[in-house]
Structures are given as C-alpha cells and as structure tokens.
Design a protein around this ligand. Sequence first.
Ligand code: ADP
Length: 274
Amino acid sequence: MTNASPPTPILEARNLHKRYQSRSGGETIALRDVNLSIYEGDTLGIVGESGSGKSTLARILLALDAPSGGEVLYRDQVISGLKERNLRDFRQHVQMVFQDPMSSLDPRMRVHDLIAEPLRSLKLVTDEHSQVAELLESVGLPTSAARRYPHQFSGGQRQRIAIARALGTHPETLMADEPVSALDVSVRAQILNLLTGLVRDFNLTLLFISHDMAVVRHLCNRIIVMRQGEVVESGLARDIYEHPQHPYTRELLAAAPRIRPKPKPSASTGRIVH
Ligand code: ADP
C-alpha cells in the first residue's frame, strides 16, 4: 500500500509579520504571525473590518511587498528567492483584481491594450485580436469595447475590464481585494455572479478579500477572519456562518446586511408584496 503524499499548497504564508514605520517614528503592526495555505480549487475568503491587515496580506502574498518577518511560498518555493523564470511563472499564474479599477487601469490606454498588455509582457500573444475579443466576451462585454477608454464605461463595466485583463494569462489563482465594494448594490450582485461563473468555468482558485461577510458567503468555501493583523478564526465557511466561535466573527456577521429573498409580485394585483 502506498501513502498518497499530502497536496502541496499553491500559496502558503508562514508566520508573516508586517511592521510599518511612520515618519514620526511611530509603528503600526499590520500583520502578526499570520499562517495560511491555499490549495488548488479553494475559494478562500479573508474577512475583517477596515485596517485589519487584509490588503497588506494580499500584497505580500503577491510579492508586491516584503514581509518584516516570515515567508511566502509559491508551490513550495520561497517567493523572495524565486529566480526570474519562476517569478514569471508566478506572475502569470497568480493574478489580482483591485477594488478601484479607475486607479488600476491606465486611463490613457484603450481597452484593447489594457487587456493585451499582460499577454505581451509575458509573451503569451498568439492572435492578439481574437484573444482580446474572447476575454471581453468571457466577462460579458461586446468586442467593440476594445476601441474605447476606461472612462467611457460604468464602474461595473470597468471592473469587468479589470477581470478580463487578469484572466488573459490563464491564471490558476485569482486574488480579488474588495472588488465590489466601490460599486452600487445593484451592480455588485452582477459582478459577484460573474466571478462565481468564472471560478467554475476557468477552474480558478480564488482568494477573495472583503469587509462584508454577506459578500464572501456567495463565493467562498473557506474563510479566514482577521482582526488587528491577526487571524482570529478560520475554517469551513458553512461552519463559521452557522457556528461562529469568536465574538469578533459574531460582530461581523451581525453587521453584514441580511440577504433577503427578492419581493414577489402579488398574483392578483401584480403589486410588489414586501
Ligand atoms: P485592510 O486591508 O484590512 O483595510 P490594511 O492592510 O490596508 O488593512 O492596513 C492594516 C494596517 O496597516 C492599518 O493600520 C493601516 O493604516 C496600516 N498600513 C497599511 N499600509 C500602510 C503603509 N503603506 N504605511 C503605513 N501604514 C500602513
């Protein structure tokens, strides 16, 4: 009999610490001893109120910032030690969608070039025109969008462009940092539905950051709750939603807007019944 070896996490954080020094000499501890593992096919939600360290953690997991202590491993290799080829592989396979597409998309570039840019820089262009068209289609935008500029779109459409740009390199992992919190409530659900479909169709591993437990519930099967730079609770989403252990998790759940069923039109009058 052979023992199957345990799966290797795609990304792993070990004992991450992050300190920020302010000009006045003060210090903020943004992360304290954070450990997590992300496996293929995971949909992991990181929740916590503003300032709890979620974005700092995402930036460090993406190698956009260095930890003050601890390390991040990408498929068992320490990220800070990745050689150029492996770093390129990492950049291709782990992509990010930010909260505000207006600041993450260069306003002077046409949508075609915004989507084609990562393909060009990672030398993944085969037929640029049809690659861009296909990506636009996969996020529900018409191919004519390619000729326009980001400011010509609504907030939700801009987030679709940012998602198309992130998907172009065929990532295995998508990180999304508050991708719907700048959007109107009505648009939020559309983008969450889009992400749910893409995770399924593209077999994506998802790391989804939000201050809102109601939003995370739509998408994630595992959850990590952060407070003041520390992980206070983690586990399966359904366990955490049904039996939250930490008082802070219970507070977050109480603050999350209830998801109410849509009001149904009355059969006799056609009026909305609440
Ligand atoms: P969240 O994403 O949960 O809102 P952040 O990771 O942005 O939290 O911030 C965690 C803490 O680190 C906060 O106290 C924030 O003020 C501080 N912080 C974040 N980035 C910086 C920075 N570049 N310089 C100084 N302090 C920072």
